[in-house]
Design a protein around this ligand. Structure first.
Ligand SMILES: Cc1ncc(COP(=O)(O)O)c(C=O)c1O
Length: 399
């Protein structure tokens, strides 16, 4: 019997999907499940996006498209970058993918040989580890515990880059923590990055339009333009535009690196479907009232979630300022019992919370921080209220 390639043994199913599946099973069995587990925006794009899709269907050529992306789509993304203060990118500096996840996979394939090191802060988005492991890269984790608001310090970055990892991967705003780096913090990290020319930089900025409290979205290349020659900026329609299933991701970066991604696209995906590309152009270049309204709504939700969590004795939660996640430190529960079940760690906690209160959350260990858990707060308000009340109840019942 022939064997599967060794990399398949390193590929793990997403930990988040395992919880989501269990929640679905409980729901199917008739339980009133509140799902805080999956990072989906839970809204649909504006009517103009669907109108553009209907129009595209009328004119669909049915043909393969450009490996880089259609000119209209590339221009819409360049316009989007400009509106975020990222000027000077041309069509030669940008390309697309089937979601940011596939863009990231391509980037890692293009930048990392087997055994090369990739460094990134913990907590991290789960796929960073999964993709690096499939490609047999060496992972260097930079721990950013709740005590430092889950944020990387310039000193930590300096130390990590002294070892010359091939790639530094940085996520802002953050999934799972909701942290957003201020202008000053990004400027300080940019200064450090400029000192270490041997490392590629990937900025996973896909939540860039979901920033609260007026702190704004910032990227290292605006402070140190020389970083552009080795920085890739990822983006996506999934979270901001309520279009995760449409699978459109983007990346801007240096010409040669982007060309390598286009070549990978020619082998992996060929092109985005024409109709999908039309939806993406409409989302990026059309009215922004849906994403703008959602940012306001999520900011208000964040206030509600944070207030509920901080009302629980012993629970700490650094204030999320973007995306749609809260990442409380729940380690006060460890060593206690709930209805006779001992809670020793985050996985025990999440399991007991799901099985007794029917609230699905994701254990922090899935993101490299086992003291915490992730709450994705995009569900309808009534569900949110119910879920938060049940979490409070769960803590109150710990003995
Ligand atoms: C930080 C981060 N990067 C990338 C992605 C992938 O997004 P997409 O749906 O565009 O593949 C996600 C999705 O959860 C994410 O949270």
């Amino acid at each position: 019997m022939p064997k599967l390639a060794a990399r398949t043994a390193r590929a793990k199913p997403s930990a988040i999907m395992v919880i989501a599946d269990k929640a679905r099973q409980l729901k199917a069995a008739g339980h009133d499940v509140v799902n805080f587990s999956i990072g989906v925006p839970n809204f649909l794009p504006g009517a103009h996006v669907y109108a553009a899709v209907r129009d595209a269907l009328e004119h669909d050529s049915g043909a393969y498209g450009s490996n880089r992306g259609s000119n209209e789509l590339l221009d819409a993304f360049i316009g989007h970058l400009k509106s975020n203060g990222l000027e000077g990118y041309t069509r030669a500096n940008v390309t697309v993918g089937i979601g940011a996840k596939q863009v990231l996979y391509n980037l890692c394939e293009a930048l990392l040989d087997e055994g090369d090191a990739i460094a990134f802060p913990t907590p991290y988005w789960t796929s960073y580890v999964d993709i690096a492991e499939i490609l047999d890269a060496k992972i260097k984790l930079l721990p950013c515990p709740p005590e430092q608001h889950y944020k990387l310090t310039p000193g930590q970055l300096d130390q990590a880059l002294a070892e010359k990892p091939k790639v530094f991967l940085f996520n802002n705003p953050s999934n799972p923590t909701g942290m957003v780096y201020t202008r000053e913090e990004i400027a300080a990290l940019a200064d450090v990055l400029a000192k270490h020319p041997d490392t590629w930089i990937i900025c996973d900025d896909i939540y860039n339009r979901l920033v609260f409290d007026g702190i704004g979205y910032h990227n290292v290349v605006t402070f140190r333009p020389e970083l552009r020659a080795r920085t890739f900026i990822m983006d996506s329609l999934s979270k901001t535009y309520g279009m995760p299933g449409w699978r459109v991701g983007f990346v801007a970066g240096p010409e040669e690196g982007i060309q390598a991604l286009v070549t990978l696209n020619s082998n992996h995906i060929t092109s985005l479907p024409e109709v999908t590309a039309a939806a993406a152009v409409a989302a990026l270049a059309g009215p922004q009232d849906v994403p703008d309204a959602k940012r306001e709504e999520f900011s208000a939700r964040r206030d509600e979630v944070l207030a509920a969590l901080l009302a629980i004795p012993g629970v700490h939660c650094p204030r999320p300022q973007g995306a749609f996640y809260a990442f409380p430190d729940i380690s006060v529960a460890f060593g206690k019992s709930h209805q006779g079940t001992r809670i020793d760690n985050d996985v025990d906690f999440c399991r007991a919370l799901l099985e007794t209160k029917f609230v699905a959350t994701v254990p922090g260990s899935a993101f490299g921080e086992p003291r915490s858990l992730r709450i994705s707060y995009t569900c309808p308000k009534a569900q949110l209220d119910k879920g938060l009340a049940r979490i409070q109840e769960f803590f109150a019942e710990l003995a």
